[in-house]
Design a protein around this ligand. Structure first.
Ligand code: SF4
Ligand code: SF4
Length: 166
């Protein structure tokens, strides 16, 4: 039977000194190097036009929503997160939502509602934060969903740019 020859360890090796020195050198290098820890929420996540945050409804300059309550986004939503009740109007735009709700706890930020909308009325915002104390508060209604167009303009321009390719 062949005997395994083991290397004779020095005193330093027996005391794990080389490993300790290597570990400390890595710690010191990282301590004085560039920090990669984000101090959230003081330092929020950077967003771009590609960011798919929570969907929001576009409010036109006249203060009315661009939504005509057609229900296409509701039908396209794979998470059944959207609920719309429409109503007639006296304005040239014939219908508008009386109730438009998105259950943010169901929403998977897929962007299908944005793609389905024929009226440029719903876009993915750069709003990512979502927190509350009960589920009912996270079903957003018209007041929480509406945003003036400039707030969504970066995303709108990005989506129009994509659509122009087809
Ligand atoms: S982003 Fe997707 S899951 Fe969320 S409301 Fe729109 S279609 Fe539904
Ligand atoms: S698809 Fe657009 S216009 Fe139709 S209900 Fe949804 S947001 Fe409104």
């Amino acid at each position: 039977m062949a005997l395994v020859k083991r290397k004779e360890l020095s005193l330093a090796e027996k005391l794990y000194l080389p490993e300790i020195a290597r570990g400390l050198s890595i710690t010191l290098t990282k301590m004085f190097g560039k920090s990669i820890t984000r101090q959230y929420p003081e330092e929020p996540l950077p967003t771009t036009a590609v960011t798919r945050g929570q969907p929001r409804l576009v409010e036109r300059q006249d203060g009315h929503l661009a939504c005509v309550s057609c229900g296409l986004c509701e039908a396209a939503c794979p998470a059944y997160a959207i609920t719309i009740d429409g109503q007639e109007t006296d304005r040239p735009i014939e219908r508008e939502p009386e109730r438009f709700e998105i259950d943010m706890l169901r929403c998977i930020l897929c962007g299908f509602c944005e793609e389905a909308c024929p009226k440029d009325a719903i876009f993915m915002s750069s709003e990512l934060e979502l927190a509350d104390y009960d589920r009912a508060s996270l079903v957003y209604g018209l007041d929480q969903l509406r945003r003036q167009r400039p707030a969504l303009q970066r995303r709108i321009d990005y989506i129009h740019g994509i659509n122009e390719r087809w």
